[in-house]
Design a protein around this ligand. Structure first.
Ligand code: GLN
Length: 239
């Protein structure tokens, strides 16, 4: 296949800290290689059949209020479709609130838990309004997927929720600097099949292009290399 259709879930509600940059990177790295690429914004109003026609999924972070709004739709309409696509091998990237969404639930510090799609074996709890938010620049070393193992990734995190992985999950990375999933176990993010979830904004992909290519390669196969010297310099500065 030489064509990618990216589903960008809830671009109007879920795109904090430059998360849209991840979509731009995916798109541009395809364009540079002559891969036909199309981005489909999937909002609350978009029918699920448009999502089903996509072969790569991205969803970004959100504040709790926006997360709640998108959460209702995700649980009832888009989530079950995303689950089916993921099980069939569709690559996806979920950042922060989106990462919390694919788990069992996110319990905000006020109000009822927001149920997730239960695609991944994890849950997230905000420990209360007195709890310190996990904010700052981050560095981590990838553990899974195996093809990216040892890659140093950099980013920026800002979350109140603490995520705990169940026994079926593999962590994405080992934290070198920052809080990661919960500030306690030293792990950041998670992976499942061809999907990655993490707390890294920044946005993630411009300074960590190997992850972008890993996602693209799951659709089109082996990729021609690009000159990533600028991207590597940006990554090095933040380490
Ligand atoms: N609302 C979530 C939290 O604070 C997610 C924040 C985000 O996506 N940046 O844990």
């Amino acid at each position: 296949m030489n064509s990618i259709r990216i589903a960008w879930l809830y671009p109007d509600l879920m795109s904090t800290y430059g998360d849209r940059g991840n979509v731009i990177v995916l798109q541009q790295r395809c364009v540079w290689r002559g891969i036909h690429v199309q981005v489909t914004p999937v909002t609350l109003e978009t029918p699920v059949r448009e999502l089903e026609q996509c072969n790569l999924i991205f969803m970004g972070g959100a504040q709790d209020r926006q997360q709640k709004l998108a959460g209702e739709d995700f649980l009832k309409r888009k989530g079950p479709v995303v689950k089916k696509m993921i099980e069939h091998g569709t690559p996806a990237l979920f950042v922060c609130a989106a990462y919390q969404f694919v788990g069992a639930y996110y319990k905000p510090y006020q109000g009822e838990p927001i149920p997730g799609a239960g695609i991944w074996d994890l849950y997230t709890v905000h420990p209360g309004d007195q709890a310190k938010r996990c904010i700052g620049n981050t560095v981590a070393e990838i553990i899974t997927p195996a093809e990216l193992s040892g890659t140093i990734i950099v980013g920026f995190e800002n979350h109140g929720g603490r995520t705990h992985l169940g026994p079926k999950m593999q962590p994405l990375a080992k934290v070198i600097k920052g809080y990661g999933n919960n500030g306690e176990d030293g792990y950041e993010g998670a992976t499942y099949k061809n999907t990655i979830g993490c707390y890294f904004h920044g946005p993630l992909l411009p300074k960590n292009p190997k992850i972008a290519d890993w996602l693209i390669s799951k659709v089109v196969g082996t990729l021609a290399p690009l000159d990533d010297s600028l991207e590597h310099s940006a990554n090095n500065i933040l380490r």
